[in-house]
Design a binder for this molecule. Sequence first.
Ligand SMILES: [Zn+2]
Length: 428
Amino acid sequence: MSLKSCDSPDISNLSFAVKGSFLNPLSPYKSQYIEKGVMIVEDGRISSLGPNADPPLPDELEIMDFGNRIIMPGFIDTHIHIPQVNQRARFGHSLLDWLERNIYRAEAEFSDPEKAETLSSAFFKEMIRNGTTSCMAFSSVSGPATDIAFQKARETGVRAIIGKVMMDRSDAGSAPETLSQSIEQSVALAQKWNMAENGRLRYAFTPRFAPTCSRELMLAAGSAARELGCMIQSHLSENEEEVRVVLQLFPECRSYTEVYAKYGCLDKNTVMAHCIHMSDRELEIFKDSGASVSHCPSSNLYLKSGSMSLKRMQQHNIPMGLGSDVGAGPSFSICDVMKSMNFCQPFPISPQQSLYLATLGGAEILGIGEITGNFLPGKWADFIVMDLDRLQPGFTVDSIEDLIAFLIYLGHGGMVDQVFVEGRKIKG
Ligand SMILES: [Zn+2]
């Protein structure tokens, strides 16, 4: 048996065994903890996970032994913006002011291929450093820059669903693109990248939000997404001022949610970020559509947009995941997002539920729950190694709740030791 130390795990193939302490989310209510476990990976996919006991592993199997470090699924970030990597912690009085002051300019600069390359590299590096293995991300309005973002995702080895921002309407002057440009470029990108690299890269049609989209654009984006088997991502009901603008622009609709429903952008493949200021009627429309919510509490705290009610979402059985919403969210760390969620809600959230939303729940709303999000046999080996000793030397696990609570309230990117996607090491 060839034993590799955890500091030199450059294995020569994608079949190996991993030893350590495993944290494995199973549902919103249940997670598994195996203190001395072993996971077998074959051709990049998990074949088994169990206690490290007899029978002995086959002689030819390479082993990575992570000792007492925690091995868990990589985090899933269900809402984030690639061109905004360097726009974190910029001042704005509110969402619309922050967009005008900082974001539209930064996204226009992302059209420069050199900038697109530099910023995309910085984005994926920071995402991986924080232990996020999968994301659903907005690019900018530029088709070529979005193509560069996909190339960087391919090079870095992350799992990513990316979309070119669509916006054919602007109150601040000329719109950044026409309807036909927007659709043509989005369809070309979807045809090139959706399900590329074994399905590791996927495309999402990405109308920015209703205030910057014509009715025709939303209708065309929705039908193209369905025709090409792609996701749809956008923003919904983040800020009260934004809601008022939408109701003025779309007087034929009684609510913001109705705008997306009427114009074809709300279905089971849709992920809407925020969803804060919604009536019961809107939640019913949303539930009936099959769409999902990306809950972005650190961003909502930062821009003082309000607080989404987790309880109301649960009462309506609406599927959810967590999003950092960088750059409105100041941190890539999904630990920070879990912490913000727990601070925002007026009741205790079980640690297992937080972990589920940060991993398997996120994977499910992105349509990748069958292939990643936990350690079920057959899924890709997307996992991270967390070194809790770096923060608290000699940390011992007294209960699974305390272990997850430690990650929620004290976890950060500096504790992420190594990162693997499809059995390939992409950090460490
Ligand atoms: Zn956003």
